[in-house]
Design a protein around this ligand. Structure first.
Ligand code: C2O
Ligand code: CU
Ligand code: CU
Length: 477
């Protein structure tokens, strides 16, 4: 594709201009298989260094909380099975695509090979086909919360919005810290859905696709307002994933502050106290909650947040009321568990070999319609946008000159955020998604380690990704 002249872009201002965005063959309109599967929590741990699992992507009726719904799912459940492994383990996923569309799997946040049948987002698995994913978790892989989801360009938003996502946990040093071991551990996968009365997926409106589709049914682990028990005086370790296509969660727990112990890529050096937490799509947060209030029930709330600026035709007006996502209930008292004071060191990265700039925006491509762009370019599968050298460190300056929030994500290597609008970050953390708001300039530092090949970076509002806000990254050996 020819380089797009930036002056030719017009900020989108009429809905007719985006009529071209309507997804032609939306899965919401395709035929459903009328199988019934009861939903049960499936956890697969590695054994003797091996994790082997049969994983099937389906489109059929399942239980979503107390509702029957026709959704996309892995192994009949939403969210998909939770996989747990340790550094050094070999993973084998025997995948079957029973969807009426092609798909593939991305292992979000894992530091694993990007070539062959590993974390290769360029694989294409047609309907009815099988593929065996195989890779090893490096011996020095950090402990943390990662996840898997489809990543076939053009269908990513639709397939995540249909329900396809599962956790991939790497166990390690963080889990062995005595106070953390003593905490009761729970996982919280946040997803939203748009269903009609019969439990069929509602087709998304073109305008909501442009801002990023959201559904008004919010589930936590595929349930509505699940309950988490916490022993009075004890600690609850809540490990949260935003697996929504576009929805942001601004979390707070009634009458409690919480302590952030790990972010996307693993542990912090010490817990950070917070009263609320913004989790954009793809981001994870591992928090400790201290049960030191009056015994009772407390709501985990989603507070309003506006991620689309004014001028977007009055759409996406945020819910003005907090929504209850889950409930934390005090239980029988245990001996008080203190908070850990020290976690895992987060070393500073060496000075960068190179500094690059990525401008995020959207506009109209004459004759093509609406596009979401990096440096004025819409995604082209065959073009290499960014070439880096293995075993180097780079600084990337992420600039949002548009009017919508964009959570920037890069595959394979975690990064550290250095500053936001020139203001240094208050603490070091390993991240793989970082929010860049309109007008912001976020500076990140990233090492390219171990794995050469081709992968991608993109906005994790997955409609934006499908609409072109993605680039190919080549890591050269
Ligand atoms: Cu979770 Cu390329 O994304
Ligand atoms: Cu990813
Ligand atoms: Cu975006």
């Amino acid at each position: 594709m020819k380089k797009i002249n930036r002056r030719k872009f017009l900020i989108l201002s009429s809905s007719s201009a985006i009529a071209t965005l309507i997804t032609q063959c939306s899965i919401a309109n395709t035929q459903k298989n009328k199988h019934f599967f009861s939903s049960y929590p499936q956890i697969n741990h590695s054994q003797n260094g091996i994790l082997e699992i049969d994983l099937t992507a389906n489109f059929h009726q399942i239980n979503l909380g107390n509702k029957q719904a026709y959704l996309l799912n892995y192994n009949g459940q939403i969210p998909g099975p939770r996989l747990e492994a340790k550094p050094g383990d070999t993973i084998q996923i025997n995948f079957t695509n029973n969807l009426p569309q092609p798909t593939n799997i991305h292992y979000h946040g894992l530091h694993i090979p990007i070539t062959g049948n590993a974390d290769n987002v360029f694989l294409h698995i047609p309907p009815g086909d099988r593929l065996t994913y195989q890779f090893q978790i490096p011996e020095n892989h950090p402990a943390g919360m990662f996840w898997y989801h489809p990543h076939l360009h053009g269908l990513v938003a639709e397939q995540l919005f249909g329900g396809l996502a599962g956790l991939f946990i790497v166990r390690g040093d963080l889990d062995e810290i005595p106070e953390i071991k003593a905490a009761s551990e729970q996982f919280l996968v946040l997803q939203d859905f748009a269903l009609d009365q019969q439990g069929n997926m509602l087709p998304s409106q073109e305008l909501s696709i442009m801002t990023g589709r959201e559904g008004n049914l919010i589930t936590a682990n595929g349930q509505f307002n699940p309950n988490f028990a916490i022993p009075a005086q004890g600690l609850l370790r809540l490990r949260i994933l935003n697996a929504s296509t576009s929805r942001f969660y601004r979390l707070s727990l009634e009458e409690h502050s919480f302590y952030l112990i790990a972010t996307d890529g693993g542990a912090l050096a010490k817990p950070i106290e917070m009263s609320e937490l913004l989790l954009t799509p793809g981001e994870r947060a591992d928090i400790l909650i201290q049960a030191n209030r009056e015994p009772g029930k407390y709501s985990l709330l989603n507070l309003p947040y506006e991620r689309v600026g004014m001028g977007m035709m009055g759409r996406n007006v945020p819910e003005s009321q907090p929504q209850v996502l889950a409930t934390v209930s005090y239980e029988t008292k245990v001996a008080a568990v203190p908070l850990p004071t020290k976690l895992i060191p987060v070393p500073a990265l060496p000075k960068p070999e190179k500094v690059r700039r990525f401008q995020m925006n959207h506009g109209m491509i004459p004759g093509q319609g609406m596009a979401f762009l990096f440096n004025g370019e819409s995604y082209q599968p065959k073009r290499i946008d960014t070439q880096v050298q293995l075993n180097t460190v780079e600084d990337w300056e992420l600039i949002n000159t548009g009017i919508m929030d964009h959570p920037f994500h890069v595959h394979t290597n975690a990064f550290q955020v250095l500053s936001r609008n020139g203001k240094p970050e208050p603490y070091r953390a390993w991240k793989d998604v970082v929010l860049v708001r309109p007008g912001e300039k976020v500076l990140i530092r990233m090492p390219f380690r171990d794995f050469a090949g081709k992968t991608v970076y993109h906005c994790h509002i997955l409609d934006h990704e499908d609409l072109g806000m993605m680039g190919n990254l080549e890591i050269k050996a």
